[in-house]
Design a binder for this molecule. Structure first.
Ligand SMILES: Nc1ncnc2c1ncn2[C@@H]1O[C@H](COP(=O)(O)OP(=O)(O)OP(=O)(O)O)[C@@H](O)[C@H]1O
Length: 253
């Protein structure tokens, strides 16, 4: 039996604006059950990468395969395997939680939508907010709704852009636990951007450090700092952010 392809495979991906490459030839995979952290300083190319994975931005060159499906040539089939949640993309505030889930479920063509919405309302502890407008919910509650929306189509690739930004520590732990449980179910993988290195160390199986549009380092967030002479992931992050060129010259272990 041929092994199933990774949920995400990115090869030599580039996005150029004028003379400048925002993303400069990056390659990486995300496997099933894996939570991969996409890290890097402001302007490193993380959002540009995520937007290309979502089909919002067209790459200048390179390929993206989602579960082996080429995003460029089979856009619908690739994107129906994907979903995302991001703080900068809140759900329409004038719709209730149930209405939002219904609208997005219809967009994704979810079969048995009413039952799926009911399951998600229970799973994300949203039953009591089902008829509440999303705009009046707290940040933590809105994040749970965004995650429930992101699960509607049971995505194989879940993209999360700073899912716990602006959440209190207890709510952030709750959200992290839900995402880890999702990945542990086995069919899906998660690509997660965060500026919180403690969270990344706790949650991610692997991290990719991006700087100036390139992957400078990748590895296990628990062992990577020591391999590069730093005590913590945060220290390593600061070193990479300040001296990306020095690191590019360093031989990788
Ligand atoms: N439409 C555009 N035109 C020109 N340059 C752009 C455009 N979009 C992004 N860039 C540039 O590409 C680079 C990467 O931006 P990107 O938003 O991907 O970074 P990021 O890693 O997500 O940063 P942050 O952590 O601040 O969100 C930046 O230098 C940015 O100014």
């Amino acid at each position: 039996m041929t092994p199933s392809p990774p949920v995400l495979s990115v090869q030599a991906l580039r996005k150029v604006y004028g003379e400048r490459a925002a993303v400069d030839g990056i390659s990486f995979d995300v496997g099933r059950r894996e939570i991969v952290g996409l890290l890097g300083p402001n302007g490193a190319g993380k959002s540009t990468t995520i937007n290309m994975l979502l089909g919002v931005l067209e790459p200048s060159s390179g390929t993206i395969h989602i579960e082996g499906v080429d995003l460029a040539s089979h856009r619908v089939q690739a994107l129906e395997r994907t979903n995302f949640a991001a703080v900068y993309a809140p759900l329409p505030g004038n719709l209730t939680v149930a209405q939002n889930l219904r609208v997005f479920g219809l967009i994704y063509g979810v079969k048995g939508l009413s039952a799926r919405i009911q399951t998600l309302l229970e799973e994300y502890d949203l039953q009591r907010f089902r008829d509440t407008k999303c705009g009046v919910l707290s940040s933590g509650e809105q994040t749970r709704v965004s995650l429930a929306k992101a699960m509607l189509n049971q995505p194989r690739l879940l993209l999360l852009d700073e899912p716990t930004a602006s959440l209190d520590p207890a709510t952030a732990v709750d959200i992290r636990t839900r995402i880890q449980a999702f990945a542990a179910r086995g069919d899906s993988g998660v690509l997660w951007t965060s500026h919180n290195m403690y969270e990344v160390e706790a949650v991610c199986d692997r991290v990719l450090f991006l700087a100036r549009g390139r992957v400078l380092l990748q590895g296990d967030p628990k062992t990577l700092p020591r391999e590069h002479g730093h005590a913590t992931l945060e220290e390593l992050f600061i070193a990479v952010a300040n001296e990306p060129l020095a690191l590019e010259r360093q031989p990788l272990p």
